[in-house]
Design a protein around this ligand. Structure first.
Ligand SMILES: Nc1ncnc2c1ncn2[C@@H]1O[C@H](COP(=O)(O)OP(=O)(O)OP(=O)(O)O)[C@@H](O)[C@H]1O
Ligand SMILES: [Mg+2]
Length: 367
């Protein structure tokens, strides 16, 4: 709006440094200030935004007028979680919002927008690791204990079957068949527990992706169309190449299984993004700049299990063991990376974020 003068000059350095979108809004719901991250989020300059009605530029699926009013009246901050925010030009992003009236002028309210993907990832991966550990430990023990008597049951059923007529033999065969299925499941559980520590070295992500893609195309993903969208300039990561391939293979397999017999499209996308940083237990941070997205156009995660898909034994498929994504999550954790998923019907994206291999990686033996 021409001639609009900011009633609230903000200390520039703090404002410019805020790493999340921040917007000041006046009592008439007009935009007063936008920080540089907010400019990028809204895809417009502060100059063009100042004085504009805030809710014309920022479409938020929540009663914002009411929330801002409440924050002003109570002179207290207010949080709104899990709302869709869009600028109108792009698909909605799920965000957590923080609203805070300015100390010295409560008519002006600061709106902070946290896109949810990153904060979610930070919580979820650690959680998965501990949940996976306890469940897997117990399952492994059970698997070991159950396998021996199962072999006995199956052997006995086979022996009985030999002395029976055809009708009854069918029942004996059923016992043999079902025990075989259980043994297979138990073996998968044991294999999960036996995952060796990664043998890490500098690895080109595209090599691992390509191996997974080729193996998938001649097997379970034969009906799928694969689209590769790689940034060939990506530097190496520091990983166990076989385990990395296993991660990609599991993700491609899930996408192919979700698509069903009619097939669909899987997109493999690699790119560089500096926004995510992982804090390790020792307090040191490491940037996770390498991004690998495996997306499909299938039906999306079943809503009832969407929040828990990385946990072991959570499956939405008839014969699924629910270990695929738990294994993926464990491997990624062992590699000090993150995994996140964003899913709506027609578009499911699994994003793996990994560190760039440093010169010192491999030069000194990893801990
Ligand atoms: N790309 C996807 N699209 C839709 N649903 C998915 C996708 N990936 C995973 N899922 C859902 O998440 C569930 C858990 O996946 P996970 O790989 O952990 O186990 P699973 O595929 O059921 O069994 P397993 O991988 O052990 O054979 C799946 O059963 C499926 O319902
Ligand atoms: Mg799976």
């Amino acid at each position: 709006m021409k001639g609009y003068r900011s009633p609230y000059p903000v200390p520039g350095v703090i404002w410019a440094s805020l790493p999340i979108p921040a917007i000041l809004i006046d009592a008439d719901a007009r935009i007063v200030e936008v920080n540089p991250t907010g400019e990028a989020f809204l895809n417009a300059s502060t100059r063009s935004l100042m004085g504009q009605p805030a809710w014309d530029r920022l479409l938020i699926d929540a009663p914002m007028e009411e929330a801002l009013g409440r924050a002003r009246a109570n002179r207290a901050p207010l949080f709104i979680n899990d709302v869709d925010v869009t600028t109108g030009e792009r698909p909605p992003v799920q965000c957590n919002l923080q609203i805070a009236p300015m100390h010295d002028n409560p008519a002006i309210v600061m709106l902070l927008i946290h896109p949810r993907e990153i904060s979610d990832r930070l919580g979820r991966s650690a959680q998965v690791k501990s949940a996976a550990k306890s469940a897997i430990g117990m399952a492994e023990m059970l698997a070991h204990e159950i396998k021996n008597p199962l072999a006995g049951i199956s052997g006995a059923a086979q022996l009985i079957g030999m002395s029976l007529g055809p009708e009854d033999r069918e029942l004996a065969d059923l016992i043999v068949e079902e025990t075989r299925r259980i043994v297979k499941l138990l073996e998968q559980v044991e294999q999960f527990g036996n995952l060796r520590p990664p043998e890490r070295r500098p690895v080109n992500i595209h090599d691992a992706l390509d191996r997974a893609r080729r193996s998938a195309m001649v097997g379970f993903a034969a009906k799928m169309t694969m689209v590769e969208d790689y940034d060939p300039s990506l530097p190496s990561t520091y990983a166990d190449p076989d385990q990395l391939m296993q991660v990609f293979l599991n993700l491609i397999k899930n996408a192919a299984e979700a698509a069903g017999p009619q097939g669909g499209t899987i997109r493999l996308h690699t790119f560089y993004d500096l926004a995510l940083r992982l804090r390790r237990k020792d307090g040191k941070g490491r940037q996770l700049a390498l991004q690998i997205e495996i997306s499909d156009d299938g039906p999306g995660l079943p809503p009832d299990i969407a929040a828990n898909v990385f946990e072991p034994f959570v499956s939405g498929r008839e014969n699924g063991t629910g270990l695929g994504l738990a294994l993926v999550s464990k491997i990624i954790s062992d590699h000090e990376g993150w995994i996140a998923v964003d899913s709506v019907p027609g578009r499911t994206v699994f994003r793996v974020s990994l560190p760039v291999a440093l010169k010192t990686d491999g030069a000194i033996s990893p801990e």
